[in-house]
Design a protein around this ligand. Structure first.
Ligand code: NAP
Length: 334
């Protein structure tokens, strides 16, 4: 049986903010399977901020997307044909050949997941690298201790909304989140269990953080960089910990962005600022899924998805994500 694929290619490297012109939807014939391969009908794909870092002509810590070649990223789908004795037709698998409707891949590059444990799309969100990033940040990188005051930026997003709830589970006495816009800020408190919300678009992050945490903070999970990081270093108490997870405020920058001017405060405060790349922590997946699947099932971990429909909407979903058009995990249903 022959299949026609629709897939998204990168048409041009964006300079500054990307737009629809940087992407192209094309059709191609799905190649025949080789021995040991499976054909997956993708049902969901993920769009993630790190993809912006791959839209450069120069290598960074991630391989660049190639121009006029199909993009890739996390996806989940159902095996519709198999020449592998390891993965049968009908299995649900996560893999890295997103941005297309059909994926042909070696069975070794696919992981079978249990969709009786959670919904398929959860494996791209709370049970995927998103949830694992929040867990790693608050256990390995900037561990939360009983009674800590914790601040999280991009708190209404995929990682941030999970991190806020984990901070509480791990003993934080107060959890503060920042998000863009009054509606999102409100939802941090009503839907995701934050104690206090900062709307960074409404005024100075430093002033709002000082008001929310007059005695300072112990832990900061940084997804944003810039004014958020500066304010968090200022507010950090002695022995405080910062997990450097992302710096989305600078991903579209066309010039090098200066670092925070108050870095030496970290020495004076005996504090740590530690970066993390989630790929180094995949060994924690079984531990994390063991915990998170239970919390999803008993309702004590609340997750949301913002869903775009169809492969043709995938570029816009990515653009919306970069501009805060999501609450929780941004996904494309294929
Ligand atoms: P996300 O938070 O669901 O989506 C990105 C959010 O960033 C948007 O919703 C938007 O929310 C916010 N944002 C965009 N521009 C901003 C700006 N100039 N200032 C402040 N906020 C801005 O994405 P995610 O997947 O959970 O990722 C969150 C961060 O973690 C990203 O920086 C990502 O690169 C990083 N990350 C790192 C790792 C790692 O291994 N180190 C792994 C996963 C994710 P608002 O509406 O609130 O502005």
């Amino acid at each position: 049986m022959s299949y026609t694929n629709r897939e998204i290619q990168l048409a041009a490297y964006p300079v500054g903010e990307p737009g629809p012109q940087n992407f192209e939807l094309i059709s191609s014939e799905v190649p025949d399977l080789a021995e040991g391969q499976v054909l997956v009908r993708n049902t969901w794909m993920s769009v993630d901020p790190y993809m912006r870092e791959r839209m450069h002509d120069a290598e960074s810590y991630l391989p660049s997307f190639q121009l006029n070649a199909v993009m890739d990223g996390s996806a989940i789908g159902e095996v519709v044909a198999s020449l592998s004795s390891d993965i049968p037709v009908g299995a649900t698998v996560v893999h890295f050949l997103g941005w297309r409707e059909y994926a042909v891949l070696d069975a070794a590059a696919a992981t079978v997941v249990d969709i009786t444990l959670a919904r398929a799309e959860d494996y791209l969100g709370a049970l995927g690298t998103t949830g694992l990033t929040a867990y790693t940040a608050l256990t390995e990188i900037a561990p939360v201790r009983q009674g800590d005051i914790v601040f999280i930026s991009a708190a209404a997003g995929a990682v941030g909304s999970v991190a806020g709830q984990l901070a509480r589970k791990f003993g934080a006495s107060k959890v503060i989140g920042s998000a863009g816009g009054s509606l999102k800020a409100k939802r941090l408190v009503t839907d995701f269990g934050f104690d206090t919300a900062i709307d960074y678009r409404a005024g100075s992050v430093a002033e709002q953080l000082a008001e929310a945490a007059p005695d300072g903070i112990d832990v900061y999970v940084d997804h944003v960089g810039g004014d958020h990081l500066l304010a968090a270093i200022d507010a950090l108490r002695s022995g405080g910990r910062i997990a450097l997870v992302g710096a989305i405020s600078s991903y579209n920058a066309t010039e090098p962005v200066p670092g925070p001017s108050n870095l030496f405060e970290l020495a004076a405060k005996d504090a740590t600022l530690r970066g993390m790349l989630i790929n180094s922590y995949f060994h924690l997946f079984p531990e994390w899924i063991g915990k998170a699947a239970g919390w999803l099932a008993d309702g004590s971990l609340h997750t949301e998805t913002t869903v775009a429909e169809g492969i043709g909407q995938a570029p816009q979903a990515f653009l919306d994500l970069m501009n805060g058009g999501n609450v929780g995990k941004m996904l494309v249903r294929l």
